[in-house]
Design a protein around this ligand. Sequence first.
Ligand code: PLP
Length: 397
Amino acid sequence: METAKRIANLGTENAFKVLAEVNKLKSQGKDIISFGLGEPDFNTPENIKDAGIKAIKENYTHYNPSEGLPELRQEIAKHISDTRKIKVDPEEVVVTPGGKPIVFFSMFALINPGDEVIYPNPGYPIYESIINFIDAKAVPVPIIEEKNFSIDVNYLESIITPKTKMIILNSPQNPTGGMIEKKDLQAIAELAIKHNIIIFSDEIYSGIVFDGEFNSIASIKGMKERTIILDGFSKTYSMTGWRIGYGIFNKDIAAHIANLGTNSVSCTATFTQIAAAEALRGPQDDSIKMAEVFKERSKLIVEGLNDIKGIRCLYPKGAFYVFPNVTEACKNLGFKDSVELQQYLLHEGGVAVLPRTSFGIKNKGEKEEYIRLSFATGNEAILNGLARIKKAIEGKN
Ligand code: PLP
């Protein structure tokens, strides 16, 4: 069967491929410690699970509106209004099966072929994939170690053209754990207003911040109107498998996004939405505790990585990822890039990590090598995994 031409442009999320490889190795009896997939190892808090079970028993098992249940949209509007200090109405909220469809739907609704979309690189791979899929031009803005894994605003300004329709921001960031400082958000907001650019602000890790407070570009004066916020429940409430997230749009755009929902998934599971409403309404202790545990683990993993010859690692500011520089390690081991190191660590070291290129093609002139480790895994696994990496890297010399 011949595929449509456009399908060749669709990328993927390598974390799922590595997961499949890890599962295959495990089924062959290999012992692998995985720092691969970005999902909390905690279970969904009990009050949320109970709400979901009760909802099923009460027959919240039918279709519901494509834009989401009114009671959940109401809770989300209140949550975003409180946390971002802007006024959000329930009509501006669209609920989707996970935060991910918000990327897809927003691009479909707002970007024409040939439009330019600036996206963080390295970054969540779905941005680049969807931009290419819809025949827009993917313009990477480097996320660099020297800037503490933030954006160089002067560089960002230099790549804006009359065709730039959207800038994607992600803070705290996957895969680096970096955050965009308030003053940089201010400068980016000024650029967006000056050049009439939409900001797509992926705030899925806003509940996992280690130092200081989370800042949204939507909170800056004049920005709410031109910002799309992506957020959800997967990371903050450990609800990855429930598949629920949302976007905040102006009302007109929200209607188009909901219609894309009607045309594709119909709606988000009804009982899942009842559970999500409980997540926002109920006690926040479990979610706060998870973020604290992630902060402790971030110290453990960074210290361990910095103790390995040829690895240099910055402390993440949020999310649950570290992005160590492994250039020296690759050189010492005679590997051409982080893909070779990743394969070596997986097959010889028994440790799954992701290489730099799982998060976008390398930027022009980029010479350094990196890997991503997700520390959404227990302390024991972190310590054992670090010991394996150390042995694999230092033992080979
Ligand atoms: N945005 C970023 C930056 C992510 O890392 C992820 C998940 O890994 C998502 C969005 C999507 O999350 P969800 O599982 O809610 O679809």
